[in-house]
Ligand binder design. Structure first.
Ligand SMILES: [Zn+2]
Length: 306
């Protein structure tokens, strides 16, 4: 089994929070890549504290700014006042202005406490993490501004949501009517060209068989390209499941109200499903599918996470 470089620890989280990668080798600066969802911020602080053995965190890096990757930023900045936080260049101005529209939190109905950014991660550049130079690569598709990080000597890739062991993250630009499946494919090609020996994904376990993961991701992408409605339905279910992971249990009436007020649902419905019926019956059918798939459970007037 190919190993992580010394001093690198992966904090594998549940699905609501993205994985965190901690760098704590030697006397050099400590670093963390991605900080989880805000409702898990206390857990993130405890995990980072434990992984650093009580040393302060010097550097925080975000692969992209979805709420499950940077929701712990604010708490970490409070805990470590000297912390430097770097984000992808395409998101820096939105962070400075705290533009929740541009940062997707308004459209997804997700939460993310405001944080500060101190600099950017320029694609084509490098960043020192754990005493090694990591390459910064643009990785558009799942998110237009996302980056991935690659260390050529150990051939370890931090792939964020561009590649998981079985699949990749929802292609968010497609939800706004922009075409981004080709960018997903190009990012998969980039990953293939890097030939990683070990992949640390944004969600799920670390894996070594990048070729198998790439083949599975391409099959999945082909299915979405052939039938964009499949991707739209998948995206809506992912957004519902994510919120259920956050809430754990919710009254169906509250869930319906949240759907009605969350722009991605109204946009997805209007773009793809309006001819087949109204918003609420469509959303109810999505809930039924989650229940059938074992991802949720009905209990009286409530929906429970499963
Ligand atoms: Zn993401």
């Amino acid at each position: 089994m190919h190993k992580l470089p010394p001093g690198v620890q992966v904090l594998e989280r549940g699905w609501l929070s993205a994985n965190g990668i901690v760098f704590a080798s030697g006397d050099g600066p400590t670093a963390l890549v991605d900080s989880g969802y805000c409702s898990h911020a206390e857990q993130t602080l405890a995990l980072v504290h434990g992984a650093l053995g009580g040393r302060p965190l010097d550097l925080l890096v975000n692969t992209h700014l979805h709420s499950d990757h940077c929701g712990g930023n604010a708490a970490l900045q409070r805990r470590y006042p000297a912390l430097r936080t770097l984000v992808p260049p395409g998101d820096a101005q939105a962070v400075r202005d705290w533009d929740e529209q541009a940062l997707s939190y308004a459209a997804t109905g997700q939460a993310c406490p405001r944080f500060r950014c101190d600099g950017v991660l320029p694609p084509g550049g490098r960043i020192a993490l754990g005493g090694r130079p990591w390459q910064i690569h643009a990785a558009p598709g799942h998110d237009p501004h996302a980056v991935l990080l690659f260390e050529p000597q150990s051939r370890v890739l931090l792939s964020a949501d561009a590649l998981w062991q079985t699949g990749f993250g929802v292609v968010f630009p497609e939800l706004e009517g922009e075409h981004a499946f080709a960018e997903v494919a190009a990012t998969l090609d980039l990953i293939e060209s890097l030939a990683p020996a070990l992949v640390v994904p944004g969600h799920g376990p670390v894996f070594t068989d990048a070729d198998a993961a790439l083949a599975a991701a391409r099959r999945r992408l082909d299915g979405f390209v052939r039938d964009p409605l499949r991707h739209a339905t998948h995206a809506a279910k992912v957004l519902l499941k994510f919120k259920l992971l956050e809430w754990q249990r919710v009254a169906l009436s509250d869930l319906r109200a949240w759907v009605a007020h969350t722009p991605y649902f109204t946009t997805l419905h209007a773009t793809h499903f309006a001819a087949a019926g109204d918003l609420q019956p469509w959303a109810d059918a999505l809930v039924d599918e989650l229940v059938r798939a074992g991802a949720a459970q009905r209990a009286g007037d409530e929906l429970l996470n499963r």
